[in-house]
Design a protein around this ligand. Structure first.
Ligand SMILES: [Zn+2]
Length: 338
């Protein structure tokens, strides 16, 4: 009975909505849920957001995530419906359930969502997270991401990658501009790494990345003193004269880059080495803002829940990870949707 009752308190739908308790749907639209939570501003976590704004009672996110969405989708997007921002740790009560958001180390603004129901069952969704700095939250039911949930997905080199990124950029700057490719959030983390390493050359960024970077600075990240929009005259003249600068492009950018220039791509899917040469002047560095297999398992261990549900909508390895949790930690686990 107990197991059955617990089972009905969390799920992941075929559309990718993570259902917590009776009222909350995270990261995708669900027509039966009045409360929508957006855990962070990555596209696969903003599924059906327009519908949630139109049909839901309230859409909840951290203030930083709201700013990120305003930058990515324009400030009018969120004004289509009722939005409430919730700081980490602040409570939101609906009926007999209480929702709180907790810090997750991923992109700026990312939150884990915790629902506590009238039976004091704590139902937690981790969203995407990198283990080391993420707040550990106790829970009875743990819904979690499992991007790197396969036991072969481990990165034994840890922080080494940051040092390699720094020295690659330093080498490249001796010859002229260096081009760095990555996703929103990860790009800003790389800016921060380079800035903390005292790389003083200007950072040149296209408009959207500039806006996202400004939001990151507003919320406390330090990205460097010389953030130049790509279309700026100064940036253009630096690039035509081949002066040292670091140019940041989105991973999907189709902008042409001079074949002689050093290109660095950040990828979470590198496990053998912290850095791999993929072309004459091209490298992939293993920088991820997700936990690897061991870190995912560590989080489950720390949390010590009665049951684990892995998000099979967003992670191919969800089924594998659920099996590993059962085998190694003896905690009932399954992937959802089934
Ligand atoms: Zn994400």
């Amino acid at each position: 009975m107990e197991a059955l009752r617990i089972k009905s308190k969390a799920n992941v739908t075929s559309l990718g909505a993570v259902l917590l308790g009776q009222h909350v749907a995270c990261d995708a639209y669900d027509e039966n849920r009045p409360i929508r939570v957006v855990t962070h501003a990555h596209a696969d976590h903003m599924v059906g957001l327009g519908k949630s704004l139109k049909n839901g009672e309230v859409t909840i996110m951290t203030p930083a995530t709201k700013d990120m969405i305003d930058a990515l989708k324009g400030p009018r997007f969120l004004s289509r419906g009722p939005v409430k921002t919730l700081d980490y740790g602040e409570e939101f009560t609906y009926g007999d359930e209480t929702l709180t958001l907790h810090y997750a180390d991923h992109i700026l603004g990312t939150a884990q969502a915790l629902v506590e129901d009238k039976e004091q069952t704590r139902i937690l969704y981790t969203s995407d997270f990198k283990y080391s700095r993420t707040t550990r939250v106790d829970a009875d039911i743990l819904v979690m991401e499992a991007t790197y949930g396969d036991p072969i997905r481990v990165r034994p080199f840890g922080m080494m990658t940051e040092g390699i990124l720094i020295s690659l950029v330093e080498q490249g700057l001796k010859r002229g501009p260096v081009y760095v490719f990555g996703y929103h959030g990860k790009l800003q983390k790389m800016m921060q790494i380079l800035y903390e390493a005292k790389i003083k050359t200007p950072f040149i960024v296209p408009d959207k990345i500039h806006q996202v970077s400004k939001i990151c600075e507003k919320h406390g990240m330090k990205l460097g003193k010389h953030l130049l929009p790509y279309d700026d005259e100064e940036a253009q003249s630096m690039l035509t004269q081949n002066e040292p600068s670091v140019v940041f492009y989105h991973a999907y950018s189709r902008k042409r880059v001079d074949g002689e220039a050093l290109k660095i791509r950040a990828s979470g899917w590198e496990f053998r080495k912290p850095c791999r040469k993929v072309g004459t002047n091209e490298y992939v560095v293993a920088l991820s803002d997700h936990s690897d297999f061991n870190e995912l398992l560590q989080y489950v261990e720390r949390c010590n829940p009665k049951m684990v549900i892995t998000d099979g909508h967003r992670s191919e390895a969800a089924r594998i990870f659920a099996k590993e949790v059962e085998k190694r930690l003896k905690i009932p686990a399954r992937a959802a949707p089934a």
